[in-house]
Design a protein around this ligand. Structure first.
Ligand code: SF4
Length: 339
């Protein structure tokens, strides 16, 4: 919620519009857990709001901390849906990976969120709660960047995700700069086109994971709907319209997408576009039957891209001992609750 959304309610309750901004600052910036903490808000307004719009933080069902300074939270909402957020500590600061849906429908073969099934879309408020609860864990350290890359496909929950991004970006609230926000999609082309017209300077990240349709069909069912040419075309247009470099995520899977011929195909696909390739070690989910590429294979693959002049990084593995891949904690909880 932004001040403009709350202002009519303030006026309806007989209070000035500016109270909306004050209340939201308490929630987003000062992380108030109840109206009674809002000392600059009149008592009668606090009481009315407690009755008509009680603040209900999610339950934190599980917190796992890894030695590499990755912390994973599983949050439960009032209807029983749950979602994960992952807080990562880097040399340059803290970043948070946020879920946009409870589970996911997209069915990527390597992903625990797909295996654990889909419950529902998350609201913008539930995404904000992920940030607020992670901020509490971070204590005095500020979360300076956010990636919407956790459970779910954000462009299948477009309006709520955009509302969340605008709240993140609101200067008096959470205040994360647009250039420090990344939205990751498996390639929902109409959503990418719409996003490129939003006048937002966020980074677009494409979960590509294969350089050709035959390989991508095998591991990402969405490719049958929007093939590689469509997805990369939409991403190029996003880069043209926003001036923002697009990140292409590429999970390295042994014997599936990690050959040198596939590296060369990736070069042909992306050469000449404003692109950055991020090679990611597979966080193996036993049910998938897929295993990660060896370090030597990743290095050889990376060299082909570098030699061709592509910007490429290989992401360090984060949180593997705490089931760092999106959806793994939720999957484990679901299994533990099964009779
Ligand atoms: S990788 Fe992303 S889009 Fe694919 S199933 Fe997992 S959460 Fe969904």
């Amino acid at each position: 919620m932004l001040p403009k959304d709350l202002e009519p309610i303030m006026l309806g309750l007989g209070h000035p519009k500016y109270r909306a901004s004050q209340i939201l600052e308490w929630i987003y910036s000062k992380k108030a857990e109840g109206y009674d903490e809002m000392t600059n808000i009149p008592a009668d307004l606090r009481e009315k709001l407690s009755n008509i719009a009680p603040i209900r933080p999610p339950s934190v069902l599980d917190v796992k901390r890894a030695k590499d300074r990755t912390t994973k939270l599983l949050m439960g909402f009032s209807d029983g849906a749950n979602a994960e957020a992952v807080l990562m500590e880097h040399d340059y600061g803290l970043s948070l990976c946020v879920s946009s849906q409870a589970g996911c429908k997209m069915g990527c073969a390597f992903c625990a969120s797909a295996i654990s099934g889909f419950s529902r879309d998350l609201t913008a408020g539930e995404m904000c709660w992920q940030f607020i609860e992670a901020s509490r864990l971070a204590k005095d350290k500020r979360i300076s960047s956010v990636v919407v890359m956790g459970m779910g496909e954000p462009l299948m929950n477009y309006d709520a995700v955009l509302q969340f991004i605008r709240v993140l970006n609101w200067g008096k609230g959470i205040n994360v700069g647009a250039r420090r926000i990344t939205l990751s999609t498996c390639g929902i082309v109409p959503g990418i086109e719409k996003l490129s017209g939003e006048d937002l300077q966020i980074t677009l990240s494409i979960s590509l994971h294969a350089p050709d349709d035959a390989t991508r069909d095998r591991i990402m069912p969405v490719n049958k709907l929007y093939n590689i040419e469509d997805v990369v075309g939409a991403a190029r247009r996003y880069a043209d319209r926003t001036g923002r470099r697009v990140t292409y995520e590429y999970v390295m899977i042994k014997g599936v997408n990690d050959s040198l011929a596939q590296a060369a195909a990736l070069v042909r696909l992306l050469k000449g576009s404003l692109a950055h390739v991020n090679l990611i070690p597979l966080n193996a989910v036993p049910e998938s039957g897929l295993v990660r590429s060896t370090e030597a294979t990743v290095a050889a693959f990376k060299k082909v891209l570098e030699d061709a002049g592509l910007a490429v990084t290989s992401r360090r593995e984060m949180g593997s001992e705490i089931e760092g891949a999106c959806g793994q904690l939720r999957l484990r909880r679901k299994r533990s609750l099964q009779p």
